[in-house]
Design a protein around this ligand. Structure first.
Ligand code: ATP
Ligand code: MG
Length: 585
C-alpha cells in the first residue's frame, strides 16, 4: 500500500493532466456501457418489432457512439501516457541523483551492473506500470461499474448472479497478484545480477581472452541464464493458470444467467431485448475483469521494481554533509591528521595516524603495496570517512565544511585513470567552461599538448569508452593536465607518473616542480625520481607511520626506507640518470 501511495505522490505535480485523463476515461467507460445498453433497442425495435424507422436511427447512433468513444480514448491515452512518462522520468532522475550522493564505499559494495539495472530495467518496469497498467485498471474499474449499472438497470435479479460471481473472480486476481509480486522482486534482483555479470565479462574481455577463459565464462553464463529461466517459468505458471481459472468462473456465471434469464423470457416475464442487453453487458464485463487480472500482474511486477528503486532513492549516504556546514575559503592547504584511524568494513587499514602537512609542503608517501597509501589520501576529500580521530584542513574539521568546497580545493591524479566518453577538451576542463589559454598551458606542462594535436580531431577527439583509444601513458598525461587545469591549492598525485617512460616522467616531473610551488602536495610513488625532491618522506607500514625525514636523512638510518630503497627504488634509479644517486651510493 505504501508503495502505491508513493507512486501516486509522484503523479501529483501533474494533477491537471491526471484529472483530464480520468475525466476522459470515465467518459470512455460511459460510452462503452452505453453500447451495451444499445443492444436492447436493437433487439426489441429492429429484430422483435421490425420497426423500419428505428433501423435508420439506431445504426447511426452506434457509429456516433463509437466515434465519440474513440476520441475520448485517444485523449485519455495521451494524458495518462504523459503523466506516466513524466513520473518515470522524475523517478529516474531521483535514483541517479541518489546514486551520485553515495560515497565510494557504496560503489565498492554494489556491482556496477546492478546499479545500471536499477536505473534502466527497474524504472522501465515502473513506466509500464504507471503509464499503461494504472491507466488500464482505472478504465477497467470504471467500465465494470458502468456495465454493472446497465446490468442492474436491465435485470436486477439477474445482476445478483453477477455479484455473487464477481468476488470469485477477484479472488484469483488478488492471490495470484501477491505471488507474482514476490517473484517479480526476485526476478528484478536476478536481472541485476545478470547485468553485473555481463558488465564484468564485457569490460574484462581482454583478461578473459588472455587467459582463454571464454568457455569458462560461457559455462558461468549458462548457469545464470538457466536460473533466470527457472524464475521466469515460475511466473509463467501463475500467469498461465490465472486465465483459465477466471474463464471457468466466467463460464459458470454465464451458464447460470442463460438458465435463469432464458426461463424468464420463455415465461414472458422479460423481453429478449432486455435479456440480450443484460448478456452483452455481462460478456463485456468479462473483458475488463480479465484485463484487470493481466494488468494486476504487470502492476505487481512494477511495484516489485519500484521497491528496488525506492531502496536506492532512500539510501542514506554514509558520508554526509552537516546541515550547518561552512564553505572552505582562501585555502592555505594545511592538512592535519590527529589520531586518525580507518577501517574498511572489516579491515583495519590505518591506525592512529598523526601527520601535519604544512602549507606549500611537498610530502611523499611511500610503503609496500597494499599498505594504505591510497586510503590515506582518499580520506582528505572524504571519499571515505575516517573511523576515528580528527582530520583538519586549515584548522577546520573536514566534517564541518561543505563537501563541494572541500573537494573544489583538491586536485587529484588517481592511480587508475578514468576518462569520460567525451572530448579531450572536456575531459581536461572537466565540469568547467574550457579556457583555451589555460588549457594549453596545462597540457603543455603535462607533455600532452603535442600528442593531442596529432589525434584525428585534436582537442575535440572523443576519448572513447574508458579511454581505450589512448595509451596508458597518454591517458595519464591527460589526467595530469586535468589536475593542473583545476589549479587547486591542494594537489594529490597517486602514482601519477607510473605509466610514463623515463624520459616523459622526468619531463612531467619538471612540470610538477613548477606546479607544486605555492601548493600543498602529497605524492605517492614507487619510483625514487618522483620523491627524491620532496620536503619530507613518510614511510607507511602496518597502518602506521614508521619513519619520516628527507631522502638523505632516511638513507643515513638503518630502517625500512633504506630497505625499500634497496629492493624497490634502486633498480628503477639505475635506469635513470638521477643526479643525487652519487651521493646515495
Ligand atoms: N574499497 C575497499 N574496500 C575494502 N578494502 C579495501 C578497499 N580498498 C583497499 N582496501 C584494502 O585496504 C588496504 C590498503 O589499500 P590501498 O589501496 O590504500 O593500498 P596502497 O598502499 O595504495 O597500495 P598500492 O601501492 O598497491 O596502490 C589493502 O590491503 C586493500 O586490500
Ligand atoms: Mg594505491
Amino acid at each position: 500500500m505504501d508503495l502505491y501511495l508513493r507512486l501516486i505522490k509522484f503523479a501529483l505535480p501533474y494533477k491537471t493532466r491526471l484529472i483530464l485523463a480520468m475525466a476522459f476515461m470515465s467518459l470512455c467507460s460511459g460510452a462503452q456501457s452505453l453500447s451495451a445498453y444499445l443492444v436492447k433497442p436493437v433487439m426489441d425495435y429492429i429484430f422483435v418489432n421490425k420497426d423500419m424507422t428505428k433501423l435508420y436511427i439506431i445504426p447511426g447512433a452506434v457509429v456516433l457512439l463509437f466515434l465519440i468513444k474513440g476520441i475520448f480514448e485517444y485523449l485519455q491515452g495521451y494524458f495518462i501516457g504523459y503523466v506516466g512518462q513524466r513520473v518515470v522520468t522524475d523517478i529516474r532522475e531521483l535514483v541517479f541523483r541518489s546514486m551520485q550522493k553515495q560515497p565510494l564505499s557504496f560503489f565498492d559494495k554494489t556491482p556496477t551492473g546492478s546499479n545500471i539495472s536499477r536505473i534502466v530495467n527497474d524504472t522501465a518496469l515502473i513506466q509500464s506500470t504507471v503509464s499503461d497498467s494504472v491507466a488500464a485498471i482505472l478504465k477497467d474499474i470504471l467500465s465494470i461499474i458502468g456495465l454493472i449499472a446497465v446490468a442492474i438497470h436491465m435485470e436486477w435479479k439477474l445482476s445478483l448472479i453477477a455479484f455473487v460471481v464477481l468476488p470469485f473472480s477477484i479472488y484469483p486476481i488478488v492471490t495470484f497478484g501477491k505471488r507474482l509480486r514476490k517473484i517479480g522482486f526476485n526476478l528484478q534482483r536476478y536481472i541485476a545480477r545478470l547485468t553485473s555479470f555481463l558488465h564484468e565479462t564485457i569490460t574484462g574481455q581482454r583478461i578473459v581472452k588472455a587467459f582463454s577463459m571464454e568457455e569458462y565464462e560461457n559455462k558461468r553464463f549458462v548457469v545464470e541464464n538457466e536460473t533466470l529461466f527457472r524464475i521466469v517459468m515460475k511466473r509463467t505458471r501463475i500467469r498461465a493458470l490465472s486465465h483459465p481459472v477466471m474463464e471457468v468462473i466466467g463460464g459458470v456465471a454465464i451458464g447460470a444467467v442463460i438458465l435463469y434469464g432464458g426461463r424468464e423470457v420463455i415465461l414472458g416475464n422479460s423481453t429478449p431485448g432486455t435479456f440480450f442487453s443484460f448478456m452483452t453487458s455481462l460478456i463485456m464485463l468479462y473483458e475488463p475483469i480479465k484485463k484487470l487480472n493481466k494488468e494486476n500482474h504487470n502492476i505487481q511486477q512494477g511495484l516489485a521494481a519500484s521497491q528496488r528503486v525506492f531502496e536506492l532513492i532512500d539510501r542514506k549516504p554514509e558520508v554526509q554533509e552537516k546541515p550547518d556546514a561552512r564553505n572552505l575559503e582562501n585555502v592555505q592547504g594545511v592538512i592535519d591528521f590527529s589520531n586518525v584511524s580507518f577501517r574498511y568494513d572489516d579491515k583495519m587499514v590505518l591506525n592512529n595516524i598523526n601527520l601535519r602537512i604544512e602549507k606549500n609542503e611537498i610530502l611523499a608517501v611511500v610503503g609496500k603495496s597494499g599498505v594504505g597509501k591510497t586510503t590515506l589520501v582518499n580520506l582528505i576529500p572524504r571519499f571515505y570517512d575516517i573511523t576515528s580521530g580528527r582530520l583538519e584542513v586549515d584548522g577546520n574539521d573536514i566534517h564541518d565544511i561543505t563537501l563541494d568546497s572541500l573537494r573544489r580545493n583538491i586536485a587529484l591524479v588517481t592511480q587508475d585513470v578514468i576518462l569520460f566518453n567525451d572530448t579531450i577538451r572536456s575531459n581536461i576542463a572537466y565540469g568547467v567552461e574550457p579556457d583555451e589559454e589555460r588549457l594549453f598551458e596545462a597540457t603543455r606542462m603535462a607533455f600532452a599538448h603535442d600528442f593531442i594535436l596529432k589525434l584525428p580531431k585534436g582537442y575535440d577527439t572523443v576519448a572513447g569508452e574508458k579511454g581505450v583509444r589512448l595509451s596508458g601513458g597518454q591517458k595519464q598525461r591527460i589526467a595530469i593536465a586535468r589536475a593542473l587545469y583545476k589549479n587547486a591549492p591542494i594537489l594529490i598525485l597517486d602514482e601519477a607518473t607510473s605509466s610514463l617512460d623515463a624520459q616523459s616522467e622526468i619531463e612531467v616531473q619538471k612540470a610538477f616542480e613548477n606546479l607544486m610551488k605555492g601548493r600543498t602536495t602529497i605524492i605517492i610513488a614507487h619510483r625514487l625520481s618522483t620523491i627524491i625532491n620532496a620536503h619530507r618522506i613518510i614511510v607507511l607500514d602496518k597502518g602506521a607511520i614508521v619513519q619520516e625525514g628527507t631522502h638523505t636523512s632516511l638513507m643515513e638510518q638503518e630502517g625500512p626506507y633504506r630497505k625499500l630503497y634497496e629492493i624497490q627504488f634502486k633498480a628503477g634509479a639505475r635506469k635513470k640518470v638521477i643526479p643525487i644517486g652519487k651521493k646515495v651510493s
